[in-house]
Design a protein around this ligand. Structure first.
Ligand SMILES: [Zn+2]
Ligand SMILES: [Zn+2]
Length: 339
């Protein structure tokens, strides 16, 4: 198994000590791959260039979120050009590229690069790809329907003005919900969007198959949209933060804070993972509550965190459940605001 051999603290310290800059970027492609072989080759090549991040490979393609040392960027591009499946790959560079986003490399073989709960998807009839300027223009028409294809914890902290946001934990859940939400709008102009465009390749095809006639998808997703509005001086119709799956957990697009702290209800859009490692719930917590609860989601998790590590591990082994699941609907979803 090709993998790094150090613990998180060591790896983070190593990242902090770096005296060079990195560029955070993502790319994906639906293409036929032999995932096991491809994984090993890719891990070795990326590791040699000190690339960190998370890469998924599957029979249906590749999906990567990585950070590349700037002094290796040209070599990285040459590498992509030298591999048939990666040739001429469009790269989506993150806006805030000075952030320390990843601290190790993971290349994992997956059943699919985007879990959709569907069988074979016919990619021959997908949505029409649109850019930021086209999206803004389409939204000037109040008849246009814009649908967020991401999960609830992503759209909660930032979304396009007026977007329909499925209340879903996974893309698999979001797909049928999105179809149901727009069921009476089959002849309207539909715009689908997600983080980097990868989910909308499937969602676009799915909407087409469900009888929607004018299906459009934001090409390159919110990441590309944010870059284009900056370059072209356009007004952002996306408000708040773009949730991203790295240590930052969110990239600010506008100054609007559209969500609330799950514990006190104050305006806040900072996600965190519960500090009790046995819980690790993803939730929104303001700085006051972070101090009050030591970064935990509930007083129970806080009391567990206060125990010596050996006691915490004993609790885990005994599989004594915290009340997290009573308070929170799922690992990702607080059910109520704590007082
Ligand atoms: Zn709070
Ligand atoms: Zn917790």
């Amino acid at each position: 198994m090709l993998a790094n051999k150090y613990d998180k603290t060591t790896l983070k310290a190593r990242l902090d000590k770096e005296d060079f800059k990195r560029t955070t970027l993502s790319f994906y492609r639906y293409t036929q791959l032999e995932p096991e072989t491809f994984r090993d080759v890719l891990y070795k090549s990326f590791d040699a260039l000190q690339i960190f991040g998370r890469v998924y490979v599957a029979q249906e393609g590749i999906n990567a979120q990585i950070s590349v040392p700037n002094h290796h960027f040209e070599q990285f591009k040459e590498l992509l050009q030298s591999v048939a499946a990666l040739k001429n790959m469009p790269l989506k560079i993150a806006v805030a590229d000075d952030c320390k986003s990843f601290y190790k490399l993971i290349v994992r073989v997956k059943h699919k690069i985007v879990a959709d709960g569907l069988g074979e998807i016919d990619f021959s009839d997908v949505g029409n790809h649109i850019n930021a300027a086209e999206l803004n223009k389409a939204l000037d028409n109040p008849e246009t329907v814009i649908i967020d294809m991401r999960n609830h914890y992503e759209s909660e902290i930032g979304h396009f003005e007026g977007a329909l946001c499925p209340d879903a934990d996974t893309f698999r859940e979001a797909l049928p919900q999105a179809i149901a939400m727009a069921a009476d709008k089959k002849d309207k102009k539909i715009i689908l969007y997600c983080t980097g465009g990868i989910r909308c390749e499937k969602a676009g095809a799915y909407f087409k198959q469900h009888g929607f006639t004018d299906v459009n998808q934001l090409h390159g997703g919110i990441i590309a949209y944010a870059a284009q509005i900056k370059e072209q001086g356009l007004t952002s119709k996306f408000i708040g933060k773009n949730f991203v799956f790295d240590d930052r957990l969110g990239e600010r697009i506008t100054e609007d804070v559209i969500s609330k702290c799950h514990q006190c209800g104050q305006p806040c859009d900072t996600h965190t993972n519960c500090k009790n490692d046995d819980c690790h719930l993803l939730f929104i917590q303001c700085n006051n509550c972070k101090q009050k609860y030591d970064g935990c989601c509930t007083p129970v998790c806080q009391s567990i965190l206060a125990l010596p590590l050996s006691e915490q591990i004993k609790l885990r082994k005994g599989k004594i459940k915290t009340d997290t699941h009573a308070v929170y609907k799922s690992r990702l979803r607080p059910r109520l605001v704590l007082k």
